[in-house]
Ligand binder design. Structure first.
Ligand code: FAD
Length: 448
């Protein structure tokens, strides 16, 4: 068995960016082991209703600010087709269960009240944290359907109005929806082309091995042995693990010797957000499509019950596709039931909003990120008040095993650009470590 310099586990954006950084810095004998039959991970397009829909990441978030978002730069370089998305109008398109839209004034007052109360809550959490106490429950928690709907869009989508988010502060507040038949994932293929051998859009380089599910990582003083589910073994000097935080929390990967306690405790402490976009195809368009109408909200007495809707006419005119986004408990609930049941629920919600003449959907697509053993959720969600130590511990290498992925990005966890920058960052630390060990080697040889 020959020894590779570095094995990268996972071929999502962070794994590909880590491997590329190594190759560009002279470490070309990398080996990428990917569990599935494709690269991309949580960037995943699928054909649905005659267009490409994005099951995972769909937006380039953070554009138009003082610094340039590196993923936006990649998108521009590779001519990725995108369209501007404006969430801010969603608050004016809130339907109640009888199909009435809440009047604009009432909706914006409710929104402002929710933002003020979220800011107060955050402040009291911060104060309690500073004083080492537990914050008391906020006196005005949302109760009515509209309050619950606004609370959902404020907390499960964008907290930017409550708390500054680095993505929007650094890169700008604009968001662009990817609307390209090649999919968001074409950025990864384009990156791969720059350091792996490809032909006719296919990666033919044997430094990328698909369908290799890593189960065990054994490290010793001299190197690392990686074992996969199909019985293969690979040796390397170092390993970079880019599997998601959800996967690290599961028992898919085992480490020998086991990871130290500070590491496992940090991994278990990080929350995992489940975020599910359900796609529905219709024979015709029955919703409103004018300016400011891309997003609409359904206010129900159950928080997060088919709340957040988007039509795809801006991205693909005439596609007649609606997307409804569910999160966390609602995501897990629909993942556990049949798609027919989910379709029935969605149709009943749409008929509440648009009346009984709404035609039946002709197709439905329900991604299952929570039950996918190579994901176990959609993205990391650090506690609002958390010290930086938690992230540092999740990110820190253990011996010859290094960690990357969106969950290791200090400023941009949860985002595609977070994964992209984290991959480069981890490889830079590893290159530094390799340089140091080469400098030390003659000294060690001398003393032995
Ligand atoms: P991944 O993409 O998960 O890559 C890890 C890879 O490791 C995967 O390919 C996996 O198959 C592989 N792997 C796991 N276990 C093993 C194993 N044992 N052996 C071998 N391989 C293994 N971000 C945005 O910026 N904008 C958005 O609009 C957005 N929306 C999102 C919507 C959804 C539904 C989801 C799920 C995510 C969204 N994100 C969004 C987040 C974004 O997709 C992620 O932050 C980013 O893609 C993560 O990249 P990664 O390389 O860290 O992880």
């Amino acid at each position: 068995m020959s020894t590779t310099s570095v094995i990268v586990i996972g071929a999502g954006i962070s794994g590909i960016s880590a491997a590329k950084e190594l190759a560009e810095n002279g470490v070309e004998d990398v080996l990428i082991l990917e569990a599935t039959d494709r690269i991309g991970g949580r960037i995943h397009k699928q054909n649905f209703g005659d267009v490409s829909v994005e099951l995972g990441a769909g937006w380039i978030a953070g554009v138009g600010g003082k610094e340039s978002n590196p993923v936006w730069e990649l998108a521009s370089r590779f001519n990725l087709r995108t369209c501007f998305s404006d969430y801010t109008n969603a608050r004016y398109n809130i339907y109640d269960r009888s199909g009435q839209i809440f009047p604009t004034g009432f909706a914006s007052d409710s929104y402002k009240k929710a933002v003020d109360s979220a800011i107060l809550k955050l402040k009291s959490l911060e104060e309690a944290d500073c004083a080492g106490q537990v914050a008391e429950e906020a006196p005005s928690s949302p109760k009515t359907p509209i309050e619950l709907a606004i609370d959902f869009i404020l907390h499960d989508f964008e907290m930017a109005e409550v708390e500054p988010i680095s993505t929007y502060v650094d890169f700008g507040e604009r968001e662009f929806l990817v609307a390209d038949e090649r999919g968001y994932e074409c950025l990864l293929y384009k990156m791969a082309e720059e350091f792996l051998f490809t032909s006719n859009g296919e990666i033919l380089d044997n430094r990328l091995k698909l369908n290799k599910v890593v189960r065990e990582i054994q490290q010793s003083r001299n190197g690392v042995l990686v074992k996969t589910e199909d019985g293969s073994e690979y040796e390397a000097n170092y390993v970079i693990v880019s599997a998601s935080i959800g996967v690290l929390q599961s028992n898919l990967l085992s480490f020998q010797p086991p990871l130290p306690r500070w590491k496992t405790e940090a991994i278990q402490k990080c929350d995992v957000m489940v975020y599910t976009k359900i796609f529905l195809k219709f024979p015709n368009c029955f919703w409103t499509c004018g300016p400011g109408q891309e997003f609409f909200i359904y206010a129900h007495e159950q928080r997060g019950y088919f709340t957040f809707w988007q039509h795809m006419e801006n991205a693909y005119p005439g596609s007649n596709i609606l997307v409804v986004t569910l999160t966390n408990e609602q995501s897990k609930r629909v993942e556990a039931q049949s798609d027919e049941e989910t379709l029935k629920e969605a149709m009943s919600v749409l008929r509440d909003m648009f009346g009984p003449t709404v035609p039946n959907a002709t197709d439905i697509l329900v991604p299952r990120w929570w039950n996918n053993r190579f994901q176990r959720g959609s993205y990391s969600n650090y506690p609002m008040i958390s010290d930086n130590q938690l992230l540092q511990n999740i990110k820190a290498p253990v011996g010859r095993v290094f960690f990357t992925g969106e969950h290791t990005s200090e400023k941009f966890s949860g985002y595609v650009h977070g994964g992209y920058l984290a991959g480069m960052d981890t490889s830079k630390s590893l290159l530094e470590e390799m340089k140091q060990s080469l400098l030390l080697q003659p000294l060690l040889d001398f003393t032995e």
